[in-house]
Design a protein around this ligand. Structure first.
Ligand SMILES: [Zn+2]
Length: 298
């Protein structure tokens, strides 16, 4: 009896200490995909041209065909040259897009923002290359996001006659345990959010919905009235702080810049931050979302 009481107290203590984790259960069956760090090192600290080169090398090694779409665009800071990288699967009546920007700012290694997402896309492409699709999927690595979402805007311009109906964006997917889905407030279309949530729940991956969210290439699609969602991952504490900063009532807003942002566009964006398991959470969710979305798009 004594032993049992002790056990119960221990169990209660554990629940008390870690109870909140039960709300954000992470799936122990998800094991990190092998080789993610080696692939990501090919992008770390490289120029944007070298990053594009590395991505095409990875795709070629996986025997995945790609196209490079060069562009020249006028921006507030003058003429910008860039190159989007595109992989196409399927040939159905509608198009849907899975995208991530591969360019980086000059400071930092550019792995959290956004090399990790770029590598995840190569793995998703590999997993899908022998699938059959009802629609046409475009997997796009966007250039020049960091100077004003220019590559994604250019992609929409180049493909303005294509029937693009849906877009999933990956930005900041390098470390942490909790997925971020947003911005729920601006799309007015809940299909992608319901899908993201159901896939995450089915896989026991914790997530938080963001009504307001950071601005990435999803905004270019929002501006074109195309259904969209942006997906990231971070540690629960950092994700909550970010959520409060953008969405909390004034009384709850944290002081200063959320850590998730001080880790971007700085020397903190480095390989030592990267957790292959976090990248694999995103991979798992994205892969299943793409398969289900293809069936949902009519
Ligand atoms: Zn980014």
């Amino acid at each position: 009896m004594k032993i049992k009481t002790g056990l119960i107290i221990k169990v209660l203590l554990i629940i008390g200490l870690f109870g909140s984790d039960a709300l954000y259960a992470q799936n122990p069956d998800i094991k990190p995909l092998p080789g993610l760090l080696d692939d990501l090192k090919l992008l770390a600290d490289k120029t944007n041209a070298e990053r594009l080169e590395a991505l095409t090398t990875i795709l070629s090694e996986k025997e995945i065909a790609y196209e490079i779409e060069p562009f020249t665009a006028e921006s507030r800071r003058g003429t910008v040259n860039g190159r989007n990288l595109v992989v196409t699967f399927g040939s159905g009546a509608k198009d849907f897009v899975l995208g991530a920007h591969y360019d980086k700012v000059t400071v930092g290694s550019g792995v959290v923002d956004n090399g990790a997402s770029s590598i995840i896309l190569t793995r998703v492409a590999e997993a899908l290359k022998n699938e059959t699709f009802n629609n046409r999927l475009r997997i796009v690595w966007f250039d020049v996001e960091e100077r004003g979402l220019i590559g994604s805007a250019q992609f929409i311009e180049t493909h303005k006659d294509d029937p693009i109906v849906s877009m999933i964006n990956l930005d900041v997917n390098g470390y942490g345990d909790t997925m971020m889905f947003g911005p729920t407030a601006s799309t007015g279309m809940h299909r992608l959010y319901e899908l993201a949530q159901s896939v995450a729940m089915k896989n026991d991956i914790g997530f938080i919905l963001f009504p307001r969210y950071g601005g990435g290439d999803d905004i270019s699609f929002q501006r074109a009235d195309i259904e969209n969602i942006s997906i990231g991952v971070g540690p629960l504490g950092e994700v909550r702080e970010f959520w409060l900063a953008y969405n909390g009532l004034d009384a709850y807003k944290p002081a200063g810049t959320p850590v998730i942002f001080t880790n971007m566009h700085s020397e903190n964006d480095a390989m030592d931050k990267i957790q292959p398991l976090a990248m694999t959470y995103t991979y798992t969710v994205i892969l299943e979302m793409i398969k289900q979305l293809d069936k949902m798009i009519k």
